[in-house]
Design a protein around this ligand. Structure first.
Ligand code: FMN
Length: 477
């Protein structure tokens, strides 16, 4: 029996391994035949071996495995379970993950920074106002460096502070200043956990995209029983590893695929001072651009004037008017996928006097001479329809439809009339959606209409990216 076959039998055999890795058994048989495991499966094998508590170093030396590249910041708070975070540090060290540790003042009543420093073989950070740390690794760097911030154990106190935006020590300041994924593993007395204040903080944090590794139920160190026990460190470790594996496997999903995204409003000038526009913030389009960039797509973002930070992607083109947006979209063709999320002005407004005389567009219209102003409207060309019906039509064309009534019906008729592949229809009545962080949509294709619950625009972008990924093979991409 060769080494690879021995390893596979250690991990449960061909069938079980195929099942766990979501592969055909024939792929595993092939590995056995070739006595080789493909490099891109090493991380999954390592993760599985840790889950099964099987030592595979003899067959696939851990040192030779590609390192899990994620950076983790562990924040230890002052709970009775603080000592269990030491086991977490040991597990992360075992797979040579890049780990920094921060301890709150209360955590230091339970375990010492010296112990943590020794285990992690690295300085443990404790002080927001340390002159030495501020010059070398300041609090903003600590907040920005990690891919994941794990707070374990997370106290009721830190949950309350983060939910309310308090930043009165190093841990809470980092949590407020970070863009990283935040995962909390709370642990506390059951009454504290069930207290309506903690419940409300939990809900606020969940809504903001913070993730929780839920506490276990059982007997507590304080002698009481109920929900609030710190989960086994191994379980927390596995949860974090699967987070990392998931994002690593997504990282190349759209590799080699070009995606053109429009976002934000457009502006139609009335004179050099005044303009007509709409309430689009650009948030949904920016979230989609961010998510698809993360997954390896070559994203070009064409955006109207917005007041939010420009996301990181291959190329960003800023425009003002609907005409400019159409011109720039056309110039960027061909592209594999087009996603039109911009709220493009449907009309240009040409100001006129009551006698239909036009104004000099280079000068401000004077109020004193013009009691009444009239507007001639000129229809702008529909970007989505124009491109979807052109010779350079991208393989997948996706449009947004902002409606104030009959959202689903109007979305469907746009799908047909504009000849697009997917419509994301949303209800923008009563000022809903525009500028908000949340959205509720209908996802419409020629055969189905899915209603998605109200959720963050980030979450919609994530799910939409999954949806588009499922379409790639159908559209020969
Ligand atoms: C012996 C002892 C055990 C504690 N255990 C917990 C706990 O498990 N969970 C919790 O939320 N708070 C616990 N506390 C209360 C926290 O230590 C306290 O709320 C503190 O302010 C938390 O600070 P931090 O969030 O900055 O770490 C405990 C306090 C003591 C004295």
């Amino acid at each position: 029996m060769n080494k690879t076959s021995q390893l596979i039998s250690l991990l449960g055999g061909t069938g079980a391994l195929a099942d766990k890795l979501n592969l055909q058994p024939s792929a595993i048989s092939n590995w056995k035949k070739l006595n080789k495991i493909p490099l891109n499966k090493h991380n999954a094998i390592l993760e599985l071996s840790i889950n099964l508590n099987v030592n595979i170093e003899k067959f696939l030396p851990v040192k030779q495995l590609p390192k899990i590249r994620a950076k983790i910041l562990l924040i230890i708070c002052g709970g009775i379970a603080a000592y269990k975070s030491l086991e977490l540090i040991r597990l992360f060290k075992k797979i040579e993950i890049e780990l920094d540790v921060v301890m709150t003042n209360s955590a230091q009543k339970f375990i010492t920074p010296l112990l943590v420093t020794n285990l992690n073989e690295k300085k443990c950070y404790t002080d927001l106002f340390s002159i030495e740390d501020e010059t070398k690794m300041n609090h903003i760097m600590l907040a920005r460096k990690p891919d994941i911030i794990l707070v374990a154990p997370a106290t009721a106190n830190i949950m309350a502070k983060v939910a309310n935006g308090l930043a009165d020590d190093l841990a809470s300041t980092i949590l407020l200043a970070s863009f990283s994924k935040i995962i909390l593993a709370p642990s506390m007395n059951p009454v504290m956990w069930n207290n309506s204040a903690t419940r409300a903080n939990y809900k606020i944090l969940l809504d903001r995209g913070v993730e929780f590794i839920e506490p276990d139920t059982g007997d507590m160190a304080c002698g009481e029983s109920g929900a609030g026990r710190f989960p086994e460190p191994k379980l927390i470790f596995e949860n974090i590893i699967s987070h990392i594996s998931e994002s690593e496997s997504l990282a190349n999903q759209f590799k080699g695929i070009s995606i053109l995204i429009t976002a934000g409003p457009t502006i139609e000038n009335i004179d050099p001072v005044r303009f007509v526009s709409n309430r689009s913030s650009g948030k949904q389009g920016f979230e989609i651009a961010t998510e698809l960039t993360k997954r390896g797509a070559k994203v070009t973002l064409i955006t109207g004037p917005v007041n939010i930070p420009i996301p990181k992607c291959e190329k960003v083109i800023q425009v003002t008017t609907a005409k400019e947006m159409l011109d720039k979209v056309t110039q960027q063709l061909p592209t594999d996928i087009l996603i039109c999320s911009a709220a493009v002005a449907d009309w240009k407004f040409i100001p006129q006097t009551p006698s239909k005389k036009q104004f000099d567009i280079n000068n401000k219209i004077k109020k004193s001479k013009n009691d009444n102003l009239f507007f001639k409207t000129i229809k702008n060309q529909d970007i989505l329809k124009t491109i979807a019906n052109s010779n350079l039509r991208p393989k997948i064309v996706i449009g947004f439809s902002a409606e104030t009534k009959n959202v689903e019906k109007n979305g469907k008729s746009k799908l047909i009339s504009k000849k697009v592949d997917l419509i994301i229809a949303n209800d923008v009545s009563d000022g809903k959606v525009f500028g908000d962080d949340f959205n509720k949509i209908f996802l419409i294709d020629k055969n189905h209409c899915e209603e998605w619950n109200k959720q963050s625009k980030k979450s919609i972008a994530f799910k939409l990216a999954n949806k588009i990924n499922n379409l790639l093979t159908d559209f020969n991409l």
